[in-house]
Design a protein around this ligand. Structure first.
Ligand code: CAA
Length: 240
């Protein structure tokens, strides 16, 4: 059955792969994005997937954006909280803005999107929320106290909301990707990245589509008994 699905940060990288996969499963997909209009237009032209621009760190914008989507397309039954940013740096060099921006978008975005959509899912008795965490939220990462804290927070948020959604047919799960071949990972200095890849047992970066396949399972009817879980898709880099 086709549902209305929204993917935050959906026009590039992992988010774009998730949008394409959910569309292939028959859902009406809307890709939210924060600011890169050119990438959004290219994505929409190539895929036929509608886009919607707002900052997921902005609480009111999430409420208004989701209400507008529901007015146009119907109730949002599937939410993929994928939007994320990095502001890497060791703590002694990290500014408060670097900390706050990452917390606001990566973790605050999950709260804001859940506030906009979870009450409706609860009333209708069906919903799927998948939060994209990170291996670095599980294991920590040098130079990422902000990102690791936000992603670790996502894993706690997921388990708490899963308990609230369970009796209403709403599952809430997380995926913890390892290092995936995206612009975000490409921004890691080459020498640092080489050392990281050398520690991945599978011997390569992951592909965005490999995360999308996990989302496809968790959002499907077959995933109904899976809630509060974290699916690690990381090539064996961290066995958690
Ligand atoms: N463990 C221990 N020491 C480390 C280290 C590590 N993992 N990485 C670097 N260091 C050490 C270096 O060896 C160096 O030591 P010396 O001065 O004694 O030689 C010192 O720390 C400084 O290292 P840098 O030159 O790298 O310092 P910098 O200030 O220029 O950069 C940094 C620091 C920004 C954190 C940089 O190392 C970096 O970008 N690291 C990668 C961080 C990372 O993995 N980000 C992930 C982004 S992708 C993502 O987040 C997606 C996802 O979910 C997986």
């Amino acid at each position: 059955m086709g549902r209305v699905a929204i993917v935050t940060g959906g026009t590039r990288g992992i988010g774009a792969a998730i949008c394409n996969r959910l569309k292939r499963q028959g859902h009406t997909v809307i890709a939210n994005y924060a600011g890169n209009d050119n990438a959004a237009k290219k994505f929409s032209d190539e895929t036929g997937i509608a886009t919607a621009r707002w900052d997921v760190g902005d609480h009111e914008a999430c409420l208004e954006g989701c209400a507008a989507i529901e007015a146009d397309h119907g109730p949002i039954d599937i939410v993929i909280n994928n939007a994320g940013i990095t502001r890497d740096g060791t703590l002694h060099k990290m500014s408060f803005d670097d900390w706050n921006d990452v917390m606001r978008v990566n973790l605050g975005g999950c709260f804001n999107m859940a506030k906009a959509t979870f009450p409706g899912m609860r009333e209708r008795g069906w919903g799927r929320i998948v939060n994209i965490g990170s291996i670095n939220g599980q294991a920590g990462q040098y130079g990422q106290v902000n990102y690791a804290a936000a992603k670790s927070g996502i894993h706690g948020f997921t388990k708490a909301l899963a308990q609230e959604g369970a009796k209403f047919g709403v599952t809430v799960n997380a995926i913890a990707p390892g290092y995936i071949d995206t612009d975000m990972v490409a921004a890691v200095p080459e020498a640092v990245l080489e050392k990281i890849v050398a520690k991945i047992p599978v011997g390569r970066l992951g592909m965005a589509e490999e995360i999308a396949r996990g989302v496809a399972f968790l959002t499907s009817k077959n995933g109904g008994f899976v809630t509060g879980s974290t699916m690690s898709i990381n090539g064996g880099q961290h066995m958690y």
